[in-house]
Design a protein around this ligand. Structure first.
Ligand code: HEC
Length: 113
């Protein structure tokens, strides 16, 4: 009786550990779907712009610390909304909330820790 309860406890513990691990892994799985859909073509799913289009247009490497510290969220939101030299404008395609999320959650997430 006692043994079964102990075994049950261990099994339950293992399962919940796995659950937490999977949950955590899922949350760290890189860029959002929105980023993959609209931005990864040039900026790459890893943010380094190491894609044919990214290299051709010289898109920014989001993992570059100088890039990350050189611009404020406001600057970046402005560029994504209005476009840059070769960076397309997304102000008509995406809502301000979506653009803010892309900058704060995706672009900033590539910052090297
Ligand atoms: C067609 C290729 C292309 C796509 C698609 C693209 N970008 Fe860019 N992006 C660029 C290029 C090229 C630059 C380099 C700066 C410039 O051209 O103005 C850039 C620069 C940037 C910068 C840096 C701006 C700065 O002030 O230095 C940010 C932030 C950015 N892109 C975010 C995004 C986000 C978010 C998306 C998706 C919604 C996206 N980009 C989609 C090509 C692209």
């Amino acid at each position: 009786m006692r043994i079964t309860r102990l075994a049950g406890g261990i099994v339950f513990g293992l399962i919940s550990c796995l659950g937490v691990a999977f949950y955590a892994a899922g949350r760290n799985q890189g860029p959002s779907d929105l980023f993959k859909q609209y931005c990864a073509k040039c900026h790459g799913e890893d943010g380094t712009a190491n894609t044919p289009k990214g290299k051709q247009l010289k898109a920014r490497d989001f993992t570059d610390p100088e890039f990350q510290s050189g611009k404020s969220d406001k600057d970046l939101i402005k560029t994504v909304t209005n476009g840059g030299e070769d960076m397309p404008a997304f102000g008509k395609k995406l809502s301000p909330e979506e653009i803010e999320g892309l900058v704060k959650n995706d672009v900033r997430s590539f910052r090297k820790k």
